[in-house]
Design a protein. Sequence first.
Lengths: 229, 312
Amino acid sequence: MDILLTAMVVQCYHLGMKLDYFFNYFTFFYQKRCHIYLTPANTIHKEEYYLMNDQEAKLTKFEVLLNRDHKKILAFAYSLVSDVHKARDIAQEAMITAFKKLEEYDESKDFGKWARGIVRMKYLEHFRHNREIPMSEEIIELIDSNYARWDAAENNEASGETLFQVLNECVGKLNGEQRVVMDKFYYQRQKTGEIAQSENLNEATIRKRLERVRSMLKDCIDKNLAAAQ
Amino acid sequence: MEKEYNNNIMKSGEKPDPALLAVDGLLLEMGRNGTGNDSDFLREVMAAVRKEDNNKHHVFTIFRIVASLAAMLAVVSAVIFAFYGRIPSGTVDDKDKMPCILVCSPGGLIKSGNKEEAIINGMSLKSDDTVHIFKARSAFVQFSCRASMEVGSGSIIQFNDIHTITDKRQKLSGTGISLKDGVIQADISGLKDGDAFTVATAQGVFMTQKSSFVLVETPEVCFVEVNNGSVRFKDENGLLSVINAGQSKVIHGVNTTGLAAGTIDSAEVINEYKNRLTLQSRDIEELLLQLSKKKKADICLREVISKRDVSL
């Protein structure tokens, strides 16, 4: 089987190199055109790319990259836009643009950072279009630098734990009161006033508690990822 | 109405903390999907991307098909042109411009520059082509619907400037053909006013506008027999003479010696040479018909066939 696959790959390589023009112009019905793609070794085997046509290879490559980084891309959009639905729309629009510009993506660099750049651009476009005030470029840059730092730490993580797995562990360390407030605000999407009412506390206390939860989680993530390196 | 950013935790006017906003994002995403994939988002993005890609791919495919067809058409045309490149394909508009000249009988050579090739039915001729007809063969040449001639076996003709024969907008100067050796039987009755058919020989130049005649060229003398109309002859000294219908004449070159005028029976020589014109009218029509099947659109050919009353 291996020998057969190797033979097919070699044949496709030669076809792709030598008969490219011929297939382009004289066999328009020819669908399985062979091509060479240089991709990160840990995502897709080259042999698999050899056996795909242009379109399939591009889609597969994008799907692999999106699958790996979509949660952080979405989280970045949530960090910029408080409205979750709006944030998802911006992230989706940004990913379609990323697919269109995939040829421009330098594979030696981090896809997450490149994709976040497109999310930023879409975010600014969206807010300017709706005549709303976007966050300052400086704050966006600082948010991005946090994600970039976590990306780097995650890539160097010896145990292979993802950022979200680390965060989940950190959430597990919160006390009961903190956990309830966090659940209601982030998971159940209740407003601080509603939480205050249901917990019989004033809104300022809830805000303070949330503030503390966020700080603790940030420190915990930084500590855990740094410790793992 | 402009709105300020507020994540519902900050007080109004408070400057957001970027690090905490980053944690907010992570918590919101984890709140939706835990540590697992956001399958809804992945599905939505991939569906949108596939749709986008398909649209682009369809446009590209159509473009590729059109380009491929055009390329194939060009290749096929090039092959056909290379094969039948010498066959004229005049249209109604360029009828008078196209050198619609047809050599309708095999059995000879055409020399174009340094290139020599065998005559095939339907070949077109160019200026400066020299045609050599083999022994026991004849050829028929049609000049743009207005003149035709049969060339006898063993004849050598050079086509000096076919436009003086075929293009009515050209001036009458220049020579149509040069008869180097052999015999031709020409029918120039179809020429329009202002056009002229000229044949150069070693003894001088024959010119005619409407006539039919037989011309024989030998190394020292030439013979002419006019059947209809008249032919003018200009010798090497520029002296003009006219040969009318029913007359035949022997013409010596100015410097020719050893042959006195009147010692040769021109009618006898011409009759002998006429035996070299072996193509029957039926043969010519057969050859034209064969050609018309190959070149259906050739207006010149159609007119020729129609004038000859040949049924297609």
